[in-house]
Write a protein that binds this ligand. Sequence first.
Ligand code: IPD
Length: 320
Amino acid sequence: MTPPRPASDPGSPGNPSPSPSPSSGSPSPSSGSPSPSPSSGSPGSPGDLDSQGYDGLLALAVDVALAAGRLLASREGREGRVPVAATKSSPTDVVTEMDRRSEELIRARILRARPGDAILGEEGGQTGDAPVRWVIDPLDGTVNYLYGLHDWAVSIAAEVSGVIVAGVVSVPRRGEMFGATLGGGAWLESGGARDALRCGPGVPLAQALVATGFGYQAARRKAQGDVVAAVLPRVRDIRRGGVASVDLCSVAAGRVDGFYERGLHYWDYAAGGLIAAEAGAVVGGLGGAPASPSMTIAAGPELFGALADMLAGLDAERDG
Ligand code: IPD
């Protein structure tokens, strides 16, 4: 599988990130909006596609995510536990047959509509090389899905020239679809209504409800457990939902105050990062770095700095 581009690459996961100030802990006031301007028009910028073009990409992402969600939901819970087709890095990292089928469906539908585009997917790696690249997690929350828990999602983002300009996170069992376009805001569609999203008002760290997640490797989990043990007494409480894309959307919707996780893949946070940022959250890493597999943090502007500073103080990017 082709790994996602590194964080320093222009097409990197850093895109949803504004630039929180490295150590002050106080992100800039505009930090809720991703930095690249949709209308800058500079060579290689997302201005190559105007904002109406972003809406077209978003509409395709919505259609495809709904179709993939229907496919996944048609099996989940009906035939008992989904068969485990293989394992990845450890026995707890389950790759189901449905995971693969979902990605095949997503790839086929995107390429039917836009044959020249590139795609980076969790299961199939990178295919194609084009200004428009789709970043897909065909089934985020694999373990929840496997156990018949209803929090699992299909996450689809569209990049133009390395900048994420549209993203959706569909949560079929909740009947919820989150979406955003760069500069166009974030929304939640549920029960036939579409509502604009704003992340929650700032709360002091001690009152913050913070979501997090853990990787699949035992050594990393041990370190993550040590970090979360130190975080727990300093915040209101911790949530571990098992779906990073949904955790980011929960920040966008004000359902949690903040989120952090070490070790995410780009496809885990590409769409959710844009949705959180467009809802006014700061999305970044430690010490002013952009969000990356090394660390992804999302929180309202008033909380982000304190959360990031605490995690830096706990050396939360360590694996041992
Ligand atoms: C996982 C989920 C989980 C996060 C893990 C991810 P997957 O994705 O998003 O919440 O804690 O780090 O790998 O494996 O279910 O697609």
